[in-house]
Ligand binder design. Structure first.
Ligand SMILES: Nc1nc2c(c(=O)[nH]1)N[C@H]1C(S)=C(S)[C@@H](COP(=O)(O)O)O[C@H]1N2
Ligand SMILES: [Mo]
Length: 488
């Protein structure tokens, strides 16, 4: 029984750290709720009222402990017989979590961790207990058993408490997030024609959106506690809470966010429909000093970004975003409010878990990444990527497709070549705006053998992409994306 409780404790910590609510008990309970006959559900509600969920959890715990006791007795006789009980119990929880519609890929992990923990602890107890069973008078075995019992009990209480602290806050914030009602975009559908044949999704789902930040544990901010202080070289300081933010004029805009660390051909880039409030309006209201040239934005966890004022006050609709693809920002993507600036890499603009904006001058401060070897200014560079094919193809007509981007400048042309031959013009999908990536495709009559595909893009003014290879540091990679394709 102690082994089972220890498993539940590590499982709850795993759930808290992974940001899933699927602890072993919750996983089994949810699967149970989905499957019970209606009469039993009604009976439970009439018996326990609004405490029906607590009753269910208690019931699961009692059954689990009873089965664990049986497993424990078996384990003293034969470890593997007891272990089988643990494996079946943990297996049921893993399956229950994995088959839930609302869990990500990590939902099964807490139950898995719980099972492994229980197996290890059971093994320790089984060894001590079978020794004790054979030599009942042996003081050493008895002491070893008592020490183990005390150690596991203490450890379980400590780990369980940790899980409560980490998980409780996480649950409270995600519940508050679920309960939010936000001004939402009229439609989540991408504009007509932006999707190219064969290319990946033009709109990146939140679950697939790349995540980059320095946060070892994600800042957990209740919307009711969120506050933004805008100060510095302004006529009037502004303090804004979440309710006040939502009362302002809201815009919805597709913007492709990119990370400066993206290697040529990499996937640290994503396109989403952001909803928020224009920074231009807020800055105008504050009255920015003519001498200022930057804002320093600071997150709840102390990350800072330095952004040129020009990019916030021109026509590009830089915003304080509170929604991503029609949902409140996911916690990992900056809940409840972050900055989104079209055309600039994330490290100089896209502060998540936003807490403070100071209007200032670049000669007055250094943002987080500047002393670490990255450029103070970070406009996104014209780039292109081949998404299909990535390694293999069958000979004949092969669709070569991908994306090209030059946020807030625009892409006018994409070309593809095979084995260093002549550049061929690819067909461009519709441009949603100059602030989003643009998809393209090209039909290739592919002969058998090993081939190298390459892509290059041209910006709105007709300038070609930089061909010389440069690494991401200090201000973004350059070079053409090449893919080796084996055509069979
Ligand atoms: N608070 C905070 N905000 C941050 C960062 C960070 O480390 N901390 N990283 C930035 C970087 S480098 C990028 S590329 C984007 C990534 O945003 P995403 O994780 O939502 O894709 O967030 C930016 N905002
Ligand atoms: Mo980044």
């Amino acid at each position: 029984m102690l082994a089972a409780l220890a498993g539940l404790a590590t499982g709850s910590v795993a759930a808290a750290l992974l940001g899933t609510r699927q602890t072993p008990v919750v996983a089994i309970g949810s699967a149970f709720i989905d499957r019970v006959p209606p009469w039993l559900k009604d009976l439970a509600i009439s018996l326990f009222g609004t405490h029906d969920k607590t009753a269910l959890k208690a019931g699961i715990l009692i059954v689990l402990l009873a089965l664990s006791a049986v497993g424990g007795i078996l384990a003293v006789l034969r470890y593997w017989a007891g272990a089988a009980v643990v494996i079946v119990l943990a297996g049921v929880a893993v399956l229950a979590a994995a088959t839930r519609p609302d869990t990500g890929q990590t939902g099964f992990a807490p139950s898995f961790v719980a099972g492994v923990t229980a197996l290890i602890i059971l093994r320790l107890f089984a060894t001590r207990l079978s020794g004790l069973a054979r030599f009942p008078e042996d003081g050493v075995s008895r002491r070893g058993f008592l020490q183990l019992t005390a150690g596991v009990t203490l450890g379980t209480v400590a780990v369980g408490a940790l899980g409560r602290v980490v998980g409780g806050r996480r649950t409270a914030v995600s519940d508050a997030r679920d309960a939010l009602r936000l001004p939402l975009p009229p439609t989540l559908d991408p504009p007509a024609g932006v999707q190219a044949v064969g290319a990946g999704p033009w709109a990146t789902p939140n679950e697939d959106f790349y995540r980059i930040d320095t946060a070892l544990s994600v800042p957990l901010i209740m919307p009711a506690d969120w506050k933004l202080r805008l100060h510095g070289m302004v006529d009037r300081e502004i303090e804004l809470d979440f309710a006040a933010l939502l009362k302002r004029k809201v815009v919805h805009k597709w913007v492709t966010l990119a990370c400066v660390s993206n290697e040529v051909g990499g996937d640290l880039i994503g396109n989403a429909l952001w909803s928020g409030v224009l920074l231009k309006d807020l800055l105008a209201e504050a009255g920015v000093s003519a001498n200022a040239d930057a804002i320093k934005s600071t997150s709840k966890d102390g990350f800072t970004a330095g952004t040129p004022l020009g990019a916030l006050t021109d026509d590009r609709e830089a915003m304080l975003a509170f929604a991503m693809n029609g949902q409140p920002l996911p916690v990992e993507h900056g809940f409840p409010v972050r900055i989104v600036v079209p055309g600039l890499y994330g490290y100089v603009s896209a502060t998540k878990w936003l807490a403070e904006i100071e209007v200032t001058r670049f000669d007055q401060f250094e943002a987080y990444w500047t002393p670490r070897g990255w450029s103070a200014l970070g406009p996104i560079k014209l780039s292109s990527r081949i998404d299909v094919p990535r390694s293999k193809a069958s000979s004949g007509q092969v669709t070569v497709a991908g994306v090209a981007w030059d946020q807030h400048v625009g892409v006018s042309k994409v070309e593809v070549r095979v084995d260093g031959g002549a550049w061929q013009q690819a067909e461009l999908a519709t441009d949603a705006s100059i602030d989003t990536w643009r998809q393209w495709h090209w039909s290739w009559d592919a002969p058998r053998g090993n081939h190298v595909l390459q892509v290059r893009a041209f910006d709105a003014k007709g300038n070609p992409q930089v061909e010389s290879q440069a690494p991401p540091a200090p201000d973004g990679s350059t070079g053409l994306h090449s893919v080796d394709v084996k055509v069979g």
